[in-house]
Design a protein around this ligand. Sequence first.
Ligand code: SAH
Length: 249
Amino acid sequence: MRWRNLRRSRSSFGRWGVRERRSPEPGEFSVPADNDPWAAERSRMVDEQLIARGIDDPELVRAFRTVPRHAFVDSDDPYSDRALAIDAGQTISQPYVVAEMIRAAWPVAGWRGARVLEIGTGSGYSAAILAELGATVTTVERYPELAAAAVERLRTNGYSAVQVVVGDGTLGWPAGAPYDAILVTAAGPIIPPPLQRQLSPEGGNLIMPVGAREHQFLTVLERHGNTFSSQRGDPVVFVPLVGEHGFEG
Ligand code: SAH
């Protein structure tokens, strides 16, 4: 495998550092008309945390407006601008970070019908967003109790097509390969080689926080044939990826 370091040549990545503040025009995005008591909070999250920071792809915005984040996390403030605690000492990522990861991993032909692997199911929220975008999602979680709770939440919220697997996600899930996109939502010291092998050679994108246990950089790997290009993005802090090609537990 040949490595090439493409520094800031991907335009979507180049925008990462930009925190442009732009208020949406009145009526620019419609508020969902339903009787969900959290609808206004969710709409505010999308306007203030995503659109105001330059995340305005209509499909992505629609997915974040649709998926009920409050159903995936036990919190008084489920739409707040931060990561929140879930069971087993794990966290659900800040909405903006979920959106950034999805944006950076955007498949060549879009999300609809894309084969996607997520490592780190956690609450199931990011898997639901990916499913809402039209992707065929397999997600791997190492804690059986988190996986079971996520299956239940995904099912009751209309995302039962998401396949949840219990196991060591550093080994990937070869049965579903190749993947158009792989999102690793836990931090590891390296990009696990099995995940690289399972990435589609036709422009597959993988995103993962890579670095030390305490702090990492979101890193994108793009595959064309057997050529892999990697690029480092924003500094982040994620819970550790624990497994054969991750950190020790
Ligand atoms: N995407 C999740 C957030 C995940 S937090 C959400 O939307 O809620 C990271 C998750 O990765 C945790 O649930 C943790 O248990 C899991 N994890 C850590 N190492 C793992 C591994 N080797 N395989 C699968 N899951 C792992």
